[in-house]
Design a protein around this ligand. Structure first.
Ligand code: GLY
Length: 350
């Protein structure tokens, strides 16, 4: 596209204009928006400066990390590693490790809510920019199951390991045995046993998975998710999080998506794969997340009782998120800035 000509009033403004044209030249969207903005404001230096600031997000970010829920510390850790030039997969596994080790977080790692028999069992998976995948299911006594899923991907001829076998494999890889049920999660479980009432509350018991997606400075995309699944689930229950295409899908040529919420519903719609395929067919990450949520809600009224949310990014560095219900937040870190983006949702009143 031809560069836009602007008559600047000062040398400084000319310099800014050059910078602006460079920025907008990075993406088609940037050019289109920049042209429109400049044609309105071209004689106004102050306005031009404003336009320049506004144009920055239109350029492809140098790197980007997004994560589910209010996981700012984890996502910022990932973002800062990306800023240092670390590969996407390294950054996100170190990022989610913060929450896996956080005893206050009752849905991931140590301190997570157990199944109804008091066992804490964890699920996780990773996907690399090369399209490789590794997962662990129903693992006990290991805190950093995302890192373990990576070991399955890189150190075994398999892609999924479950239960005792996955745990034993972890010890061969140097992982420590750790009790995952903490005094606090044990107390809450004993309290729950008094009624054994299984009704996962929206954004509480079914607010769970930490999913994280990143694009590194070389433009490569990777994803991870890690969870204890539904609180007080039946022994042996596994959700969407460790299952390729359901909880997570990455296609470095297109983008990536990760899910959180009621895993059974994500599994039945192969949600993350659906989001990536919709992006492959031209949808923005935002529209693709919305369509994947619509596939769930159009099946009937049951969605009123559970939450599902998706976050996604494409290989142009655009991101999106959408949930069934209010209360879902996506964290985003790119080019040195952390943002909490409150997600739009299906049940929003018109
Ligand atoms: N989304 C996590 C699970 O349902 O297990």
């Amino acid at each position: 596209m031809k560069p836009v000509e602007v008559q600047s009033k000062t040398h400084q403004t000319r310099m800014n204009r050059r910078k602006f044209i460079q920025n907008t030249a990075l993406t088609g969207a940037g050019i289109a928006t920049g042209v429109a903005a400049i044609s309105c404001k071209e004689s106004d230096t102050k306005a031009l400066e404003t336009i320049e600031t506004a144009s920055v997000p239109l350029a492809k970010p140098t790197y980007i990390s997004i994560s589910t829920w209010n996981t700012e510390k984890a996502n910022t850790t990932s973002g800062e590693l990306l800023a240092q030039g670390k590969p996407a997969l390294d950054a996100i596994i170190d990022g989610v490790a913060i929450e896996e080790a956080n005893e206050e977080n009752t849905t991931v790692g140590i301190g997570a809510t157990p199944d109804r028999e008091g066992n804490v069992t964890l699920d996780a998976c990773v996907m690399s920019p090369e399209g490789d995948y590794g997962a662990v299911l129903a693992v006990e006594n290991i805190v950093h199951v995302a890192a373990l899923a990576r070991k399955v991907m890189e150190e075994t001829p398999h892609v999924i390991m479950a239960g005792k076998g996955a745990e034993e494999f972890a010890y061969t890889q140097g992982f420590k045995k750790q009790k995952l049920l903490t005094p606090s999660s044990e107390k809450a479980w004993k309290e729950w046993l008094k009624t054994s009432n299984y009704q996962p509350a929206i954004n509480v018991e079914n607010h769970d998975t930490i999913g994280m997606l990143a694009m590194d400075t070389s433009g490569k995309i990777a994803g991870v998710c890690t969870t204890s699944g539904l609180g007080y689930k039946m022994k042996g229950r596994v959700g969407d999080s460790p299952i390729i295409g359901a909880g997570l899908f990455v296609d470095d040529q297109i983008g990536a998506a990760v899910a959180t919420g009621m895993g059974e519903e994500v599994l039945k719609t192969v949600g993350s794969f659906l989001v990536v395929e919709l992006m492959r067919n031209g949808m923005s990450p935002q529209k693709a997340c919305e369509e994947a949520i619509h596939r769930i809600v159009k099946k009937g009224d049951r969605y009123k009782d559970f939450q599902v949310a998706y976050i996604a990014m494409n290989n142009a560095g655009e991101t999106g998120s959408y949930a069934i219900h209010e209360g879902f937040t996506m964290m985003k870190y790119s080019d040195g800035k952390s943002e909490a983006i409150v997600s739009d949702h299906f049940t929003k009143k018109p």
